[in-house]
Design a protein around this ligand. Structure first.
Ligand SMILES: Cc1cc2nc3c(=O)[nH]c(=O)nc-3n(C[C@H](O)[C@H](O)[C@H](O)COP(=O)(O)OP(=O)(O)OC[C@H]3O[C@@H](n4cnc5c(N)ncnc54)[C@H](O)[C@@H]3O)c2cc1C
Length: 482
């Protein structure tokens, strides 16, 4: 008898697992339940679809449902929501328009992802308030942009300041949250001529990055005519009609963003205040959550329930530097952990691997990356004594045309010199993101800053100076530690 591998969730983690398992063991029966219509889509591309740089939602799909079914022999059932798991009977129950099905499994993967956090702000249900967590959210936002632009066809956004190529700005619009989705959407909306107001409750945007990175990015947003409100927690979204107890229509569309200090008139609001893991199904089946609130797993992505795995945005991972459980819902982890589960289920036990919390973002004409542990409280809690240095270095040889500045913040442990983390920011195209990969290598190798300063990084004038900015930062920090 062949084994059956059932997957709940048809995106990055789920389809990576399904594909890998089927490829490695063609005899395995692989069944995937996806509640929506889209599978294997790149949600990461949604801001660029809203912006108009990507012309269709279909372009974000890497493998179509037909390809999964016909070429990969995967029993993919879209429009099927798994509503219950019975670990004793080893079955899942899925519901679709045509009724309910009970499917037995030998191995089960929970790849249910995450959903956008909807903060408890008065008026959050009003018409004109959006989040961006799914393909349908992306579709709605793009339709909003098209409507607001009076049905004009999307212009190819140019690379100038907001509104530069339009005679009149549209909007204004509000963005709640200065994380990566907030910043990417600020760019997407400004490029379409909207006057953008961005509200961040803390004292800086991109809180997981270094202060130097946050400042550089906020300065750049302002240069691009985005109004940035720091220390500005949104208290209410006011509009026409009352909100309490009414639905969005009765409540009326959003008209004003209210903070303790400001009242800003807007025509729409995008809420980008993070995501939370979808764990209801797992919890109801007795699957344990970890300290972060996501599904707890072992090195092989297996949960406390035998033969039930969890991967991607619904699950925790182990931090490369601290060894502690962390929740870092990003695409590579979902793909990598999903693939590892597929390989395990096909008969070759494979660890999912740690995460260093490496992340990148582009906002207008700057790019930024972060990896490892930068926050001194986090480092102290993990038993390190953090020391941080920030340097500005040239991105290309001084005599080479163009180029700019790369600002590198590097953190290491005082006693051991071990590299703990880094945050980099530069003009777009000047390499902050790719340079962060050298630091990721150092984190993976548990290298010291004395070793990092001697890394044999490539050099040629169009790409860097002889001493790459990462090496400059490592030398400065090593000097401080000696
Ligand atoms: C706007 C945006 C931009 C992003 N940009 C980046 C980026 O630049 N870099 C990066 O690394 N990451 C980025 N991400 C995050 C990245 O998209 C996620 O980490 C990745 O999609 C996680 O994959 P997943 O398979 O774990 O979960 P998801 O992609 O959330 O997929 C889970 C799937 O499970 C389905 N599902 C849930 N419950 C059930 C159920 N009970 N039954 C059946 N199906 C179910 C859902 O419908 C969904 O299709 C971005 C995300 C968004 C929204």
């Amino acid at each position: 008898m062949t084994d059956t591998f059932v997957v709940v969730g048809g995106d990055a983690a789920g389809m990576s697992a399904a594909s890998k398992a089927k490829r490695d063991d063609p005899d395995l029966e692989v069944v995937v339940f996806e509640k929506g219509e889209w599978v294997s889509y790149g949600a990461c591309g949604l801001p660029y679809y809203v912006k108009g740089e990507i012309q269709s939602l279909e372009a974000l799909v890497s493998v179509t449902p037909e390809e999964f079914r016909e070429e990969r022999d995967i029993d993919l059932r879209t429009g099927h929501e798994v509503v219950a798991i019975d670990p004793d009977e080893r079955t899942v129950t899925a519901e679709s328009e045509s009724g309910s099905v009970v499917q037995s499994y030998d191995h089960l993967l929970l790849a249910t992802g995450a959903e956008a956090v909807v903060p408890p702000i008065d008026g959050i249900d009003r018409e004109g308030v959006y989040t961006l967590g799914s393909m349908s959210d992306g579709k709605e936002l793009r339709e909003y942009v098209a409507r607001a632009r009076d049905g004009e066809s999307f212009q190819q956004p140019d690379r100038g300041p907001a509104c530069q190529y339009l005679e009149d700005c549209t909007g204004p619009v509000g963005i709640v949250g200065g994380g990566y989705i907030g910043l990417e959407m600020a760019e997407a909306l400004a490029a379409n001529g909207f006057e953008v107001h961005l509200f961040q409750r803390g004292d800086r945007v991109l809180t997981g990055f270094s202060e130097a990175t946050s400042e550089a990015v906020a300065d750049h947003l302002r240069e691009q005519d985005v109004t940035v409100y720091l220390e500005s927690e949104v208290a209410a979204l006011e509009g026409g009609g009352a909100v309490q107890g009414g639905d969005a229509d009765e409540a009326g569309a959003v008209e004003t963003v209210v903070t303790a200090d400001e009242r800003v008139d807007v025509e729409m609001v995008l809420v980008g205040t993070g995501v939370r893991p979808r764990t209801d199904l797992a919890e109801a089946a007795g699957v344990e959550l970890g300290p972060t609130g996501a599904v707890a797993t072992d090195d092989y992505c297996e949960t406390n329930v035998p033969d039930v795995y969890a991967a991607g945005d619904c699950a925790e991972a182990t931090h490369t530097v601290t060894g502690d459980p962390v929740y870092v819902p990003l695409a590579l982890t979902a793909n990598r952990h999903g693939r590892a589960v597929g390989q395990t289920v096909a008969g070759q036990p494979t660890e999912g691997g740690d995460v260093a919390g490496t992340a990148a973002v582009k906002a207008f004409e700057v790019e930024a990356a972060r990896t490892g542990i930068l926050d001194h409280d986090d480092a102290l809690e993990a038993g390190f004594e953090p020391v941080t240095e920030t340097v500005d270095a040239k991105s290309r040889a001084g005599y080479y045309p163009e180029g700019g500045t790369v600002t590198v913040t590097l953190t290491a442990d005082r006693d051991s010199g071990r590299v703990l983390g880094a945050s980099l920011v530069s003009e777009y195209g000047e390499g902050a993101v790719h340079r962060s990969h050298a630091v990721v290598g150092a984190l993976e190798a548990e290298a010291t800053v004395f070793e990092l300063e001697n890394y044999d990084l490539a050099y040629a004038p169009p790409f860097n100076t002889t001493w790459d900015p990462v090496l400059v930062a490592a030398k400065v920090l090593a000097g401080k530690l000696r």
